[in-house]
Design a protein around this ligand. Sequence first.
Ligand code: Z5A
Length: 214
Amino acid sequence: MKPSGRGRFITFEGIEGAGKSTQLERMHRRLRDEDRQVVLTREPGGTPLGERLRGLLLDPEVGAMAAETELLLIFAARAEHLREVIEPALAQGAWVLCDRFTDASFAYQGAGRGLGAERVAVLENWLQGDFRPDLVLLLDVPPKVGLERALTRGKRDRIESEDIAFFERARSAYLQRARADVGRYRVIDGGADLETVAAQVDQAWESWWRGIGG
Ligand code: Z5A
């Protein structure tokens, strides 16, 4: 299938260990097998500068930083990512699959760190204008389940080291955002087994795609 017109921007969201990366890679393979032009990327990161900022943001040795600093570094990485990767890929008709985007800033910095949604929204509007993901696949898991899964990777990074209440706030913010915009969000039970989650992800994006006439 040849790309036509602007591409599609699909983001995967959820707390630690929700299964985003696993499902994103699976969807990437599936779209490539269908001969679509597809770009797989992530935040923070996705560009050489963004990956360096990611290193700073996640390095436990960097230690505490002001919540505002964290938010601004994430938006600095996002600016680079948008201009260098996401916008050019969409302009070429590609499907861009992104592991986290601005919803994560609302969940982690807005709710988790307590900066509030209004301040995140100011930066979102300033950087992105009215640009938003076409579809957000929110993999929802209780923090206990997600953190246990994430722990199988070993050492926790700077943000993963937060307590469970932090992830509860992030999860609630995600769910609240999904409820407020049911057209663009699909909530998937990330606590189910891998194949069940995969089937839900396929069902979610296929029904969305049919719904917009794809
Ligand atoms: N961050 C932020 O604060 N603000 C922002 O605006 C943005 C990001 C954009 C890095 O993100 C950090 O950046 C993140 C938020 C912050 N905080 N932390 N820490 P990240 O997405 O790169 O990191 P992550 O959320 O920690 O990724 P993760 O732990 O790898 O989660 P995941 O991608 O959702 O899960 P996974 O890698 O697919 O799976 C984790 C493990 O569980 C793995 O062993 C799988 O095989 C297993 N798994 C997956 N699915 C299942 C099911 N269904 N059953 C059983 N086991 C499963």
